[in-house]
Design a protein around this ligand. Structure first.
Ligand code: AKG
Length: 269
């Protein structure tokens, strides 16, 4: 490529990022995705990798391999943050939250966290094009939901790194096959990175041609009007959580069971 022109004219407004978080937010707003370093040390990255495998083993023992296979759930760990502390810490990672705060104005909650495994040389449940707000065909000026994929392993073209359709969060309809083959790109990233997507961006996991699994932990954060995939407050002790963590995990948005409960909640405000 030739050098990118640095001069411009006729411009009255320009976005001026002052941090890497702002730069990532600018990119998500414009093309729907960005990569951000989670800020972990090598040993923290390794710790999360080990916790992933241990949690997956326990998960299979608890829910049964044959049932998980039957439900097409063998390669997923639902709600790992309610099962192991490192995943709670990951959901509240400082860089991750700083970017989500920039992207979703006002309050947001964690809708779901899932361990995802792209197994070697076979399909899995994320390898089809989708939005993370599935069955939705609207465009919004600000994201209502954001997906943050933490890379446990390096994401490479060979091991099926996520495909995205840049800027597709700005169009209502799923594009044609020809458009997809001309415009889809694969997002390579190092272990320890966060791939952040506007939830309306079309994306899909790629085919893993290698002999090792490609592991990741995805998160969907959204405005508090959408219900959680699995009720997080009902599945974890809230003892040590900060006020901000309780808010993000949904403790302050549980639906009142009755008018009396609604009124008592109002009285506490
Ligand atoms: O495994 C991947 O690369 C894709 C993950 C995905 O599609 C998702 O988290 O919604």
């Amino acid at each position: 490529m030739n050098s990118i022109p640095s001069k411009s004219y006729g411009i009255l407004q320009q976005f001026t990022p002052t941090s890497i978080i702002d730069e990532a937010a600018e990119q998500v707003a414009n093309i729907g995705y960005a990569i951000l370093d989670a800020g972990y040390t090598a040993s923290e990255i390794q710790g999360l990798s080990e916790a992933f495998d241990q949690t997956h083993q326990r998960y299979i023992q608890t829910y049964g391999e044959s049932d998980l296979r039957k439900f097409n759930e063998l390669h997923t760990i639902r709600s790992p943050l309610t099962q192991a502390k490192p995943f709670l810490d990951l959901a509240l990672n400082k860089n991750l939250l700083s970017l989500v705060k920039k992207l979703i104005p006002g309050k947001f909650i964690l809708n779901q966290q899932n361990g995802i495994i792209n197994p070697p040389q076979e399909g899995y449940n994320q390898d089809a094009w989708h939005r993370d707000l599935p069955y939705q065909h609207f465009v919004s000026t600000k994201p209502l939901a954001v997906n943050v994929v933490y890379c446990i392993d390096d994401f490479t073209n060979e091991n099926g790194a996520t495909f995205v359709l840049p800027a597709s969060h700005k169009s209502e309809a799923f594009p044609s096959e020809k458009y997809i083959s001309n415009n889809a790109i694969q997002v390579e990233a190092k272990a320890g990175s966060l791939i952040v997507l506007d939830c309306m961006l079309f994306h899909a996991g790629g085919y893993n041609k290698t002999k090792s699994a490609r592991r990741a932990v995805n998160h969907v954060f959204n405005i508090p009007y959408f219900k959680q995939q699995i009720n997080i407050p009902k599945n974890m002790e809230s003892g040590d959580l900060s006020d901000e963590a309780r808010d993000i995990l949904g403790y302050n948005y549980l639906e009142p069971a009755s008018v009396s409960e609604y009124l008592s909640q109002r009285a506490e405000k």
